[in-house]
Design a protein around this ligand. Structure first.
Ligand SMILES: C[S@@+](CC[C@H](N)C(=O)[O-])C[C@H]1O[C@@H](n2cnc3c(N)ncnc32)[C@H](O)[C@@H]1O
Length: 333
């Protein structure tokens, strides 16, 4: 999920660094565990694979995106399938197949919501499989998540494809107009396709009637997604962590779904770590920005920490089970 659109290379803010750090660390644990349990027969799916040229908006430094991180994971994924739109897909294919010769790697061009089922049909249904779902906005469809969850159901494994979805609750608030006369059929269709149900309307209507705040509406949308992943698709565990801009503006929620105890423990630990680092990282970024714009301040010149940049948020990541979503807007107050 991007912080900024535009040409290439794409520029990203520090939330992307956090996202990719969590991904990199999780993938390493995933393939390490699978090496002993499944003989290293692992599959990585990247449904919104992105590009190869990514620049940190703040430092100007290039950094690898999710596809490249997955290909560098050690122990290696045996099979890698990347999904991208044209023209990015052709470029990804040309560059990655040249850089990673001999790997079972395919770049599948087009809308992943359409191309995924055929791609899944040719994959091993027993292999531990991780799917990263990182759209720019609200492009992923429930039918795609369903196809991923169903992929291994007929196999021997008790585990479904693990999902890591960047879910844009703020995007829903932005696109579902509060003035009901401005709510377009395409906005409604997008929300229906995302959730695979019209149940989001109860949250929307509660928001329209100002029964709930934007923050609780976001929380309810994330909860609805998690609840459906568990209750409809049958995942045992889900987690969600909200990512925000340094100014506190919410960007997206990192939603994880797994059946695996080890996966659950590892992602919980990574979320706790990411959450704990968030205020510190925010303070460091803000200090660097001020330094760049105004030069070293008095504290820094004296070799002291700037007390105005003390991290302010001390809360820890806490896992809560999703609650039953509202059936009418009146269930929300
Ligand atoms: C947020 S970026 C992905 C970033 C990448 N996962 C990373 O972390 O480096 C989203 C990407 O999805 C691609 N995309 C958008 N809609 C798509 C679709 N329906 N199917 C496949 N790719 C899509 C965009 O071209 C964009 O490169």
């Amino acid at each position: 999920m991007g912080d900024e659109g535009g040409g290439r290379p794409r520029q990203w803010t520090w939330t992307t660094t956090v996202k990719l750090e969590v991904l990199e660390q999780y993938l390493k644990q995933f393939t390490t565990t699978a090496k002993y349990k499944a003989g290293g027969n692992t599959v990585y799916l990247d449904l919104f694979a992105g590009g190869l040229e990514n620049i940190d908006k703040f430092t100007g430094q290039p950094f690898p995106g999710s596809a490249e991180l997955a290909l560098h994971t050690e122990p290696a994924f045996r099979t890698v399938r990347l999904f991208e739109m044209p023209p990015n897909a052709a470029q990804l294919r040309a560059e990655l197949t040249a850089r990673f010769p001999g790997r079972d790697l395919q770049v599948i061009e087009g809308d992943c919501n359409t191309t995924l089922p055929e791609a899944l049909a040719s994959l091993n249904r027993h292999a531990p499989t991780f799917a990263f779902v990182d759209p720019d906005g609200l492009e992923v469809r429930w039918s795609t998540l369903e196809a991923l969850a169903d992929h291994k159901r007929s196999g021997r494994s008790p585990y479904k494809v693990e999902l890591w979805i960047l879910f844009s609750a703020p995007g829903l608030l932005r696109t579902l107009a509060l003035d009901e006369r401005k709510l377009t059929p395409s906005d409604e269709d997008r929300a229906n396709r995302l959730f695979g149900t019209g149940q989001w309307r109860c949250i929307y209507e509660a928001r329209v009637r100002e029964r709930i705040t934007p923050a609780s509406a976001r929380q309810e949308y994330v909860n609805l997604m998690r609840w459906r992943l568990q209750e409809v698709l049958g995942y045992r565990y889900t987690h969600a962590l909200e990512m925000k801009l340094p100014e506190g503006q919410p960007l997206y929620n990192m939603v994880f779904a797994s059946d695996n105890d080890a996966g659950n423990d590892i992602m919980s630990a990574l979320y706790r770590k990411a959450y704990a680092r968030w205020p510190q990282m925010r303070a460091e970024r803000e200090a660097a920005r001020r330094r760049r714009e105004h030069g070293p301040n008095l504290f820094e010149a004296a070799g002291l920490d700037d007390p105005t940049l003390e991290p302010t948020i001390k809360a820890a990541y806490e896992h809560l089970e999703p609650w039953t979503p509202p059936e009418t807007f009146e269930d929300l107050a």
